[in-house]
Design a protein around this ligand. Structure first.
Ligand code: X2W
Length: 289
């Protein structure tokens, strides 16, 4: 691995404002010992790319400077809303998924590519190695063509571009576009794509970066942690749990069931990524089973 820009000592000093030097060192050691593929998958929502790009790029830069390379997968929901609406295409979703017509797909492809390059270029401007992987990872099949149109579900994953990027110590930045065996590009929901990638890679940390920075309780406060084995039923019976959150928790529960017990899922915001990774207390919402 190439010489790091900061020595471990400087890093520990930097981080010690967040937690004790000892715990930070423990996490650094644990993460550096993992196979690169198994460190972390970070899913970045389109809203984060829109509203919080500087914090996102500095957090990812910081990880690279301590010798860690996360795998980044991003969405582009709000950007798609905007561009499709500007093109006069009305938004229509079923079960939270965007019904995608051939005319819409052309815009979906363009927007995904633009957003992908935007993040890669923002990283490269900070001298952070990042590789654009806008397609070629997810083989997909039609989810239900009659209902959703050109929307895919992941059927297999090609790790080659991700592995090549990791070998070079470069952050793979992946868009959630899929492609059928016949070469038809399909629109894939970025959370679904992230979940499938995680199932294949079995990483230690799975982090969803969102605008809210965690799951919110009835008073709008971030829930620190959820232990699914003891709290799932209670949580699901709460009247304030809305549809989107219910779906997210169900998806995470499902995902955790397919992962080793050492893996955890958290939802936080870009500026708190290091705190989430390197401190016991973490940040945002930690979900465990
Ligand atoms: C999503 C893909 C983008 C996405 C969409 O068209 O909005 C489907 O709904 P976020 O920002 O992570 O939500 N695809 C099929 O998921 O982006």
């Amino acid at each position: 691995m190439e010489a790091h820009k900061h020595t471990r000592k400087t890093i520990v000093r930097l981080l010690s404002s967040m937690g004790s030097a000892k715990e930070i060192q423990q996490y650094l050691k644990r993460f550096s010992q993992l196979d690169a593929k198994r460190f972390a998958v970070v899913k970045v929502g389109g809203a984060v790319l829109r509203d919080d790009l500087p914090a996102l790029t500095s957090s990812l830069t910081f990880l690279q400077q301590v010798g860690l390379t996360p795998i980044v997968l991003h969405g582009a929901g709000p950007q798609l809303d905007e561009e499709l609406s500007a093109a006069g295409i009305e938004k229509h979703t079923v079960n939270g998924l965007r019904v995608t017509t051939p005319k819409a797909l052309a815009i979906v492809r363009k927007v995904f590519q633009e957003q992908n390059l935007r993040l890669v270029e923002a990283l490269q401007t900070m001298d952070t190695r990042a590789t654009s992987v806008p397609s070629g990872v997810f083989t997909a099949s039609y989810l239900d063509r009659d209902t959703y149109g050109l929307v895919g579900k992941v059927s297999s994953i090609n790790l080659a571009p991700i592995e090549a990027s990791l070998r070079a110590g470069s952050i793979p930045v992946i868009a959630s576009l899929g492609e059928t065996e016949e070469g038809q590009i399909l629109n894939v929901n970025a959370d679904f794509a992230a979940n499938e990638l995680v199932r294949v890679l079995q990483p230690y940390k799975i982090v969803f970066l969102t605008g809210t920075g965690g799951l919110l309780d009835d008073k709008g406060n971030i829930i620190d942690s959820i232990n699914l084995s003891t709290e799932f039923d209670h949580l699901m019976s709460q009247p304030w749990i809305n549809g989107g959150m219910r779906l997210k928790i169900e998806q995470i529960a499902d995902l955790l069931g397919d992962l080793p017990l050492t893996s955890s899922v958290s939802i936080t915001k870009p500026s708190e990524l290091a705190k989430e990774l390197f401190t016991h207390k973490g940040s945002g919402t930690l979900v465990r089973r």
